[in-house]
Write a protein that binds this ligand. Structure first.
Ligand SMILES: Nc1ncnc2c1ncn2[C@@H]1O[C@H](COP(=O)(O)OP(=O)(O)O)[C@@H](O)[C@H]1O
Ligand SMILES: [Mg+2]
Length: 446
């Protein structure tokens, strides 16, 4: 039987090693590390189940096919429960054996591929991909390592572009929920009613446009993680609903009376200090404490200028990978300029600047002339100094524009993300607001 099966396999182009006793096979299993194991179930001393068990221990993922006499089919079924891939009863047809072998190998390559993909996703969010060696970043790594593998709710605070989402993903992909979904939603992107139905789902007919029952993101994230980005912009009534969900661990779809229990880890991010909003009555204090079980504060790039050269290198490398080109070199003077800039848009702005420079530069070398104008202007400005409360050294035009922009952004935040309300409060038109923010006005909806 051993040599017959061996021949069948070799005919199909497989290499085989044959043993006529279970004990011999067991002895050589780890050295051979086969892709597939075929074994009889009933053998002297060491039987098929022993082989199966050993395979599971030392060669996980290697399929085991059992050959069995008709009488022992029940044991074979038992063996399947123990993790055998399949079984074949004697006497069998050659075709049948070949088909089973092929299926086992195909299935195994799918499993491998899946593991690879998971590994790639995981690699992408290893902490090692969060760049920075400054003390502030060390604190972040330590905290992530401590809290990733818990179910605690974490509130990540920090200016826009400081890496809040990156950290949220690192937390998920280093938790025991890593094989389940990571669902992210930006709470400032949708008006209240749509956001509610997006988060919690809705019942058919609960509002115009609700043409079918729909599960919300909380249900989609079941057993995984939901990331509530810019939670600071969540409208008040929804804050109340979210608080209830966090307390009761169950949701209710819009227009439905039924409650659905959920097992979801909640991560949230805010790009403004919630203390101010709470004082102003714009954010529920009790929700804040629910979310900030563990608060994590991302430093701005200004607070860790020593990390800038590291980040620049990281982004040069990333750009080379994405464009399949050589890693661009950079003039040390350009690095100096990048390190001196204040980066109001933090790491995101720096990443964009490096990407832009990679596209603009000649001969694979980035020079200061390839840097964004605001960076160059800052470097060439006759020393910006803080003598009083204001920085000095910019042109009046530059300074006015910067202040205007900051003030408009602040007003939009105050109005829970509504640009219309902000424009009204500021006494300017929407067109002016968009112009001053350097944004394109969106096409008006018909
Ligand atoms: N410490 C860091 N190391 C490497 N890349 C970073 C780091 N922080 C942010 N980034 C990158 O900057 C961009 C913005 O980060 P993101 O997490 O979206 O910021 P936020 O959510 O705080 O606005 C992303 O492309 C991210 O990969
Ligand atoms: Mg973000």
């Amino acid at each position: 039987m051993v040599s017959v099966i061996s021949d069948i396999c070799q005919e199909r182009g497989h290499q085989t090693v044959a043993y006529s006793s279970g004990a011999k096979a067991l002895e050589n299993l780890s050295a051979q590390a086969p892709q597939l194991v075929i074994t009889d179930l009933r053998m002297d001393k060491v039987g098929g189940l022993d082989i199966l068990r050993e395979c599971r221990d030392i060669l996980p993922g290697t399929p085991v096919i059992l050959i069995t006499a008709f009488k022992t089919v029940e044991t074979a079924l038992e063996a399947m429960k123990l993790g055998a891939y399949d079984y074949i009863t004697k006497p069998f047809k050659v075709d049948e054996l070949q088909l089973t072998i092929q299926r086992a190998l195909d299935n195994q390559s799918l499993v491998r591929e899946n593991q690879n993909l998971r590994q790639i996703v995981k690699e992408k969010y290893r902490f090692e991909n969060i760049i920075g060696t400054s003390g502030k970043m060390q604190e972040i790594y330590n905290l992530i390592a401590k809290v990733a593998d818990t179910d605690s709710t974490i509130l990540i605070q920090g200016e826009s572009g400081t890496g809040k989402e990156l950290v949220a993903r690192a937390l998920h992909f280093n938790s025991n929920r890593q094989h389940q979904s990571f669902v992210a939603i930006n709470c400032s992107a949708l008006p209240e009613n749509l956001l509610e139905s997006e988060l919690f789902g809705h019942k058919k007919g609960s509002f115009t446009g609700a043409v079918a029952d729909k599960a919300g993101l909380f249900e989609e994230a079941e057993l995984g993680t939901i990331f509530l980005d810019e939670v600071n912009s969540m409208p008040q009534p929804l804050q109340t609903k979210l608080l209830r969900v966090l307390q009761e661990r169950q949701i209710r779809r819009v227009g439905d009376n039924k409650t659905i229990p959920i097992n979801v880890r909640v991560l949230a991010a805010t790009n403004e200090v919630l203390g101010e909003k709470i004082k102003g009555g714009n954010f529920r204090e009790d929700l804040y404490y629910r979310l900030a079980v563990i608060p994590l504060e991302m430093p701005s790039l200004r607070e860790r200028p020593d990390d800038i050269p590291l980040l620049v290198n990281h982004f040069l490398q990333k750009n080379a990978n994405q464009t399949s080109t050589e890693i661009k070199k950079i003039d040390p003077k350009a690095v100096e300029m990048l390190s001196a800039y204040r980066w109001p848009g933090n790491v995101r702005e720096l990443e964009n600047a490096v990407e832009r420079a990679c596209a603009l530069c000649d001969n694979g070398l980035i020079l200061t002339t390839d840097l964004p104008p605001q960076v160059v202007r800052h470097a060439n400005a006759p020393v910006v100094e803080h003598t009083g409360t204001l920085p000095v050294g910019q042109t009046l035009d530059e300074y006015t524009r910067e202040v205007e922009k900051a003030y408009i952004e602040e007003t939009i935040k105050f109005n829970a993300g509504s640009r219309e309300k902000a424009a009204k409060m500021l006494g300017i038109s929407m067109a002016t607001l968009y112009r001053k923010l350097d944004l394109k006005k969106p096409a008006t909806k018909k």
